[in-house]
Design a protein around this ligand. Structure first.
Ligand SMILES: NC(=O)c1ccc[n+]([C@@H]2O[C@H](COP(=O)([O-])OP(=O)(O)OC[C@H]3O[C@@H](n4cnc5c(N)ncnc54)[C@H](O)[C@@H]3O)[C@@H](O)[C@H]2O)c1
Length: 317
């Protein structure tokens, strides 16, 4: 069995690749190392993977590489490459979202037409729910994204359904709910909070900090993807992949102070456009049909992220 991971140098991709290689699964990965955040972190993520003889890395843009070459040798395509982040998706940067989210997905789908036995797992997002009508969010809720980023993810999901309908391409779209843990992106809240502690600087909180989030530990995500590959299970679903419990940003900060044993000043800034007030996943579908079983509670997960943050910032990368 061979697996292609797009966006392999990123947060989730590097964690996933490590897990699959440890399980003896051959992986190849593609990443163009975009400068959305410091590429030193991406190189740091790649370092332990590159020494593994079961891993092949292409430092390339998906849109500029031969897609046949990428796909023909692999049984599973895990498409994580994207321009992430809600806030920067407004304005002139939108073309980056169109290229890295919509066009990469469309190219992979077009190529998959020739290879009907291959299977696609797509990284979707809770942001496609936006201002939805019911909580916890179920897969059949109203999909009403409130950011251009969320719109691109919803468009990708719809495009995948279209190619499934017309060409029978096998897929699973996994709607991730705020993933955290070792190697988390530096633009994401927990990483920023921990970094403020390391630097003895204030923590900036958008709005009142009472926004509710469903946080998902990265090991739960990668364990699930590994299970989906190994079990080669049912296909053609869109599934919530959340932690299944909710907590406010203010409560997370209290936990961070207690885990690190350090305090810093809190400063509140304006609410960000496109930021959802509540995310809370209903994971019944993934649980019942795919045995999804998130194991980590937020305190365990935060401790692991804190350990990674200390190692990373003391390694002088
Ligand atoms: N982290 C989360 O909480 C979260 C939540 C919901 C959905 N997602 C989705 O999961 C996926 C992984 O997220 P992440 O947090 O690991 O992001 P990340 O930014 O760390 O990783 C994405 C990687 O894709 C690469 N990439 C982008 N465009 C590319 C292209 N055209 N060709 C080759 N490589 C390209 C980037 O260089 C980056 O390393 C993304 O699709 C993201 O939208 C993440």
């Amino acid at each position: 069995m061979k697996v292609l991971i797009t966006g392999v140098a990123g947060f989730i991709g590097s964690n996933l690749c490590k897990k699959l290689l440890n399980a003896g699964i051959k992986c190849s990965g593609i990443d163009k190392l975009t400068d959305y955040y410091d590429i030193k972190q991406k190189r740091y993520n790649l370092k332990p993977l590159l020494g593994n003889s079961n891993f092949t890395f292409y430092e390339k843009d998906i849109l500029k590489y031969d897609p046949d070459d990428l796909i023909k040798k692999n049984d599973f395509i895990i498409h994580l490459a994207a321009q992430s982040g809600v806030f920067k998706s407004w304005g002139k940067n939108f073309n980056i979202y169109v290229n890295n989210n919509l066009l990469t997905t469309q190219l992979l789908l077009e190529t998959l037409i020739k290879y009907p036995k291959k299977k696609l797992i797509f990284a979707s997002s809770s942001s496609i729910y936006g201002n939805t009508n019911k909580y916890p969010m179920r897969e059949d809720n109203l999909l009403n994204p409130i950011s251009p980023y969320g719109l691109t993810k919803l468009s990708c999901e719809k495009m995948i359904e279209l190619y499934n309908y017309s060409y029978g391409i096998n897929y699973l779209s996994l709607r991730f709910f705020t993933v955290y843990g070792p190697a988390q992106r530096p633009d994401m809240a927990f990483h920023k909070f921990f970094k403020s502690i390391v630097d003895h600087k204030p923590i900036y909180i958008y709005g009142d900090g009472n926004q509710v989030r469903d946080f998902t530990f990265v090991e739960d995500v990668t364990d699930f993807i590994k299970y989906l590959i190994i079990s080669n299970t049912k296909w053609n679903y869109s599934l919530n992949v959340g932690g299944g419990h909710k907590i406010t940003v203010n409560e997370v900060i209290d936990l961070i102070f207690s885990i690190t044993g350090q305090f810093t000043i809190l400063k509140h800034t304006e609410d960000q456009k496109g930021d959802m007030r509540v995310t809370h996943s209903d994971i019944t579908l993934a649980r019942q049909k795919f045995s999804y079983n998130p194991k980590y509670n937020i305190e365990q997960g935060l401790k692991e992220e804190w350990e990674w943050i200390q190692n990373y910032y003391s390694a002088n990368v």
